[in-house]
Design a protein around this ligand. Structure first.
Ligand code: HEM
Length: 492
């Protein structure tokens, strides 16, 4: 400010408006002050993290850690032993990574809902195989956008019109089982795959079904193989099949564009909406990702439902009666069209509780993985940056404090809603399952026809369990299915 400025104006101007000369003399000390403040905060933060203890637990042998203890037996025994010894948060070292496992509802919620502190983490080979731009691997704005697009296609309003389509898939599947000894899990995988394809592509692209199926099956065979990309290996074949899958999806996308059919009411239509501006690669990665997420999960839960119903004849009888009631009311209504409707699926409370209880007892996904993106303090412990964090769903679902007699299959416990965050078969928070409504719908539709039209008997071992990656009845539950006679149907 020069000396000729009026004193009144001088008084009104804020003190911060200073001359260039006085600014440069102040700038250096201010800079030093700010830098020292940052340094202090940084060091204080580090000192704080260093002072915090790691959670209790053992890290096992160098490099291999406790991987063998985890995978040589039932992994759930490992988790339960650790929890008994160390409490609900403990450290370990598996698959070459230090990790923290958490088994209280609060801790699991903390990890799954704080996306800024914990990011999804997968081996690079799995990312390459599914597609690096698929929803599971993402964070931030791109993840939010993908989630909106997936949810839009799978919310109740979007899927209520697809009941009849799913019913056709279910009837076709069940007809093919009549009189045969089947591997229940394998058959249900085919069912869940076909439902996923109809939900993603609608009915029109059914002509691509066989090609999609062949490629997907080759991809699946290599998914858990050693990631050696050399001709002849399972991994190599799987990566080739993945490329072909992406090409088929690109073909479908381009034929829809040519027919100007870009606003279909299915998942592909949602991804293709012009204003979303997703590339063909992004669409392919996410289509493959959704098939991957939808198939084995739903098939595993359905396999367990069939097993538990077989083991509990009185519950099977009650479910059959509930489903017969719906079938009879449709017959008596005199309507020509007896297909199931969305409203019918809302009249199946007991069957829905059987699904819930199966997801709790079987807990087909025992846990999931996240990675700490910075040092995190939780309950007085340090979770160091870069460590894996595993919320243990199964431990929560089998906790005696939360569920009375937790190992017992008792659907009636769901007559009362479980406490918040204690029941999370579909995960929780930012990456929770956007396909949960579709999964429940396709299970109800299949169970309606299975219980009203078929009976089945167990073949082979009835109690064995196999692990990895999903928990399953041994050998996929071999069963012999046959159509009930009319007399049997009427006897219910
Ligand atoms: C009973 C069957 C199913 C179960 C038990 C299940 C379970 C889960 C769980 C636990 C997660 C969260 C994983 C995590 O947080 O790391 C998840 C995510 C996901 N699920 Fe499902 N799921 C099922 C069926 C489906 C179906 C039918 C679809 C699609 C049609 C689907 C699509 C997805 C997708 C896309 C994600 C990733 C979401 C994201 O990263 O934002 N799931 N599922």
């Amino acid at each position: 400010m020069n000396s000729t400025t009026s004193p009144i104006i001088n008084a009104l101007l804020p003190a911060a408006i200073l001359t260039t000369a006085s600014m440069s003399t102040l700038l250096l000390p201010m800079l030093i002050l700010i830098l020292s403040l940052f340094l202090f905060l940084f060091l204080a933060g580090r000192r704080k993290s260093r002072k915090l203890p790691l959670p209790p637990g053992s890290m096992g042998w160098p490099y291999v850690g406790e991987t063998f203890q985890l995978y040589s037996n039932n992994p759930n025994t490992f988790f339960a032993l650790k929890q008994n010894r160390y409490g609900p948060i403990f450290k370990s070292h598996i698959l070459g990574c230090p990790c923290v496992m958490v088994s209280s509802p609060e801790a699991a919620r903390f990890v799954l809902t704080r996306a800024n502190l914990f990011k999804p983490t997968f081996p690079k080979s799995k990312e390459r195989m599914i597609g690096p731009q698929a929803i599971f691997f993402q964070q931030g704005e791109y993840h939010t956008r993908l989630r909106r697009l997936v949810l839009r296609a799978f919310l109740p309003e979007a899927i209520r019109g697809s009941v009849a389509g799913i019913e056709n898939v279910a009837l076709r599947a069940l007809q093919s089982w009549d009189g045969r000894l089947v591997n229940t899990f394998q058959e249900l995988k085919t069912y869940a795959f076909n439902v996923a394809i109809v939900s993603i592509f609608g009915k029109d692209e059914i002509s691509y079904l066989e090609d999609l199926k062949q490629c997907y099956y080759t991809l699946e065979k290599g998914y858990n193989s050693m990631p050696i990309n050399l001709p002849g290996t399972l991994f190599y074949k799987a990566m080739k099949a993945r490329q072909q899958l992406a090409q088929i999806v690109a073909q479908i996308v381009s034929s829809r564009r040519m027919q100007r059919k870009t606003e279909a009411n299915d998942l592909l239509g949602s991804f293709m909406e012009a204003k979303e501006d997703l590339s063909d690669d992004q669409i392919a990665d996410n289509v493959i990702g959704v098939i991957f997420a939808a198939r084995d999960t739903t098939a595993s839960v359905l396999t367990w439902i069939v097993k538990y119903l077989g083991d509990n004849p009185s519950i099977l009888q009650a479910v059959t009666e509930e489903q017969e009631e719906i079938r009879k009311s449709k017959e008596e209504s005199g309507d020509e069209d007896r297909s199931l409707t969305w409203i019918d699926t809302k009249r199946m409370p007991l069957t829905s509780r059987v699904i819930q209880e199966t997801m709790r007892v079987a807990s087909i996904l025992s846990f999931t993985f996240r990675e700490a993106v910075e040092d995190v303090e939780y309950e007085g412990y340090l979770i160091p940056k870069g460590w894996k964090v595993l919320p243990l769903f199964r431990n929560i679902h089998h906790s005696q404090e939360i569920f009375t007699d937790p190992d017992k299959f008792d659907p009636s416990r769901f007559e009362v809603a479980p406490k918040p965050n204690t029941f999370m078969p579909f995960g929780n928070g930012t990456h929770s399952c956007p396909g949960n409504e579709l999964a429940k719908l396709e299970m109800l539709v299949l169970l309606h026809h299975l219980t009203t039209k078929y009976r089945w008997s167990m073949m082979g071992s009835e109690s064995g369990i196999q692990f990895g990656p999903f928990v399953l009845p041994l050998n996929g539950l071999p069963l012999r299915f046959s159509l009930k006679s009319r007399a049997e149907e009427q006897a219910v």
